[in-house]
Design a protein around this ligand. Structure first.
Ligand code: ATP
Ligand code: MG
Length: 561
């Protein structure tokens, strides 16, 4: 039986993985069986980005609410009839936990009759085979895939197939879902599914779609990676006006939506996590009137998203005000302000602000000032032993960056003058070499290496191993790890990291036992140097192939005798 735990662990982001573990542990302590289901399983298996985590619990997940909140989850909505929790797990991981259930649709479009069920029964109520798989998170069966409709085969064939012939009749919102998934993944509907889809369209099943399902589908648009494309296809199929009678692609602020998606990409590349869904909803409905927008808001089940959407303009206005005030009077102050601002507000303001000062500052924050980060004198800092090993390192690195940003550290002299007092005291000199008997060398042992910083610009001593100085890994700013070749104050490309000289390690003396160095008490100087010479002769990692082939030959030490 295939075990998908490895796939799960490698495909989820670290935050999502922590979310899975958290929910799984909470369900376990409540003695509820829990499964990862729906799109999360589909996307884990296909390699598409995993947008949210769908969990299904055999039992009532609403019982887990308190424990989840205690663990840092934020509940954004509850659907009582289906016992579903809409929440964000720590690390902004969007998730949904629902009860395993059967749904009996007595009348098309009317709410189904819901009853608790097993996971296998639950999978039967789902929309498409590729969405009807479950991955066990339970002790004893963790990683086991339940796939009663062979969704795996459809994943491989890249096909959307309904689970039974009445799928669209039972719940016409599946027509919208079919179009949305087909557009997102570029997968066609399987032949019979397509025939049912066309027949359902012809018979206008969509007129019976429930208000609740429409709210759910409207919300899903906010999470699409290419919402504009999806909305245009939905419009073509006639589904957009079903979501709201006044909604059309003409009501979308396409210019700002596209610009916002680009800025979002830029922010992601810089290492900022941002949730674009409130802004997506804003631009998708920009040209609708207040009343229509309010109707869409009301229908969306995840109230946290609606709040974020409502908050957006207010939070952005507030940020704009701060960006034009004293708090942002210098580049370094602006940097500090924007570094702690809500990324959603930065994203929104970046495309909507009419004030040049505001948009200019955000632009600098996302582009120009990143170049200044590259001028943080990492090489000089390393020479002065100001490295990430120091607890004060993040602060020093940030302070230097801010001073550079404000043009308060211009020349090399100024930089060194600023850095020198911050350098830690040099390490104590290595202990003097022992006189008399040389240290006993244990076969296979590695002597500790003494680290000496080479003077700037000098080459390593003869016989010494030169290794690159450790480049400080990260500044306390998101892109610091990407800091490429350092530049000096004049903007010139700096030499690669200056070398640190490491005394040659007395590496694995395997071939020759420690007899020799111990002899010759009359010549202490020679004895002192011998272990080093020996290591050069026969490092353990490179045994002579002949010796291996001739096990009977005499050992080297014996020969010398
Ligand atoms: P994504 O979240 O990536 O958009 P998804 O398939 O997870 O895709 P969700 O809306 O998160 O979609 O729903 C989770 C799962 O719930 C689906 O995969 C599907 O199994 C089930 N589901 C959702 N809506 C319906 C529906 N209208 N009919 C049947 N099953 C549904
Ligand atoms: Mg999902």
């Amino acid at each position: 039986m295939a075990d998908y735990i490895y796939t799960l662990e490698t495909r989820l982001t670290p935050e999502q993985m922590r979310g899975v573990t958290l929910v799984q542990d909470i369900a376990r302590s409540a003695e509820l069986n829990i499964y990862l289901t729906g799109g999360a399983v589909r996307d884990i298996l296909t390699g598409f980005p995993i947008r949210d985590l769908d969990f299904t619990v055999q039992g009532n997940p609403l019982k887990l609410q308190k424990d989840l909140e205690r663990a840092g989850a934020v509940i954004h909505g509850v659907d009582e009839p289906t016992h579903t929790l809409y929440l964000n797990l720590p690390g902004n991981v969007r998730a949904e936990i629902s009860m395993a259930r059967t749904e009996v649709h007595e009348k098309t479009g009317k709410p189904p009759v819901v009853a608790p069920a097993t996971i296998i029964e639950d999978l039967r109520r789902r929309d498409f085979t590729v969405n009807a798989m479950a991955l066990s998170l339970n002790e004893g069966s963790r990683g086991l895939l339940q796939d009663p409709f062979n969704g795996m085969a459809d994943l491989e064939a890249k096909l959307l197939r309904i689970i039974h012939n009445y799928a669209f009749l039972e719940d016409p919102s599946r027509l919208i879902r079919a179009t949305r998934f087909a557009t997102r993944f570029g997968w066609p509907l399987e032949e019979r599914t397509l025939a049912r889809f066309e027949a359902a369209k012809e018979a206008k099943y969509i007129e019976h779609v429930s208000h609740k399902a429409l709210g759910y589908e409207a919300e899903q648009l906010a999470y699409e990676d290419d919402p504009l494309h999806v909305i245009k296809v939905l419009e073509k199929e006639g589904w957009l006006s079903v979501l709201h009678p006044h909604w059309s692609s003409a009501k979308v602020d396409t210019v700002n939506l596209s610009a916002m998606m680009k800025v979002r990409q830029q922010m992601t590349e810089l290492g900022y996590w941002t949730d674009p869904s409130p802004a997506v909803l804003h631009f998708l409905t920009s040209k609708l009137n207040e009343k229509d927008r309010h109707e869409i808001e009301k229908a969306i089940p995840r109230k946290g998203l609606v709040e974020g959407w409502r908050e957006l303009e207010r939070a952005s206005k507030d940020l704009a005000k701060r960006l034009t005030g004293k708090e942002a009077s210098t580049p370094s102050r602006t940097w500090t302000l924007l570094s702690s601002a809500r990324t959603e507000a930065i994203l929104f303001l970046a495309v909507t602000s009419k004030q040049q000062t505001v948009s200019g500052k955000i632009r600098n924050f996302l582009t120009k000032w990143r170049e200044v980060q590259k001028r943080v004198p990492l090489v000089e800092m390393t020479e002065l032993l100001i490295t990430p090993a120091m607890p004060q390192y993040p602060k020093i690195a940030n302070d230097v960056f801010l001073l550079l940003l404000d043009g308060r550290l211009r020349s090399q002299t100024e930089i060194m003058k600023y850095l020198k007092p911050l350098a830690p005291p040099p390490p104590p000199p290595p202990p003097p070499p022992r006189r008399g008997r040389a240290p006993k060398v244990v076969p296979g042992a590695v002597a500790p290496a003494a680290v000496v910083v080479a003077p700037v610009g000098k080459k390593g001593k003869k016989g010494a191993v030169v290794v690159a100085a450790p480049v400080p890994a990260a500044l306390p700013v998101p892109v610091a790890s990407k800091v490429a070749p350092a530049k000096d104050a004049a903007g010139k490309k700096a030499v690669p990291a200056k070398p640190v000289v490491v005394e040659k390690p007395v590496a694995k003396i395997v071939a020759k036992p420690a007899v020799k160095p111990a002899v010759a008490p009359k010549k202490p100087e020679k004895a002192k140097t011998k272990p080093v010479v020996k290591t050069k002769a026969k490092p353990a990692s490179k045994p002579k192939p002949k010796a291996a082939l001739k096990p009977k030959s005499k050992p080297a030490a014996k020969k010398k005798k």
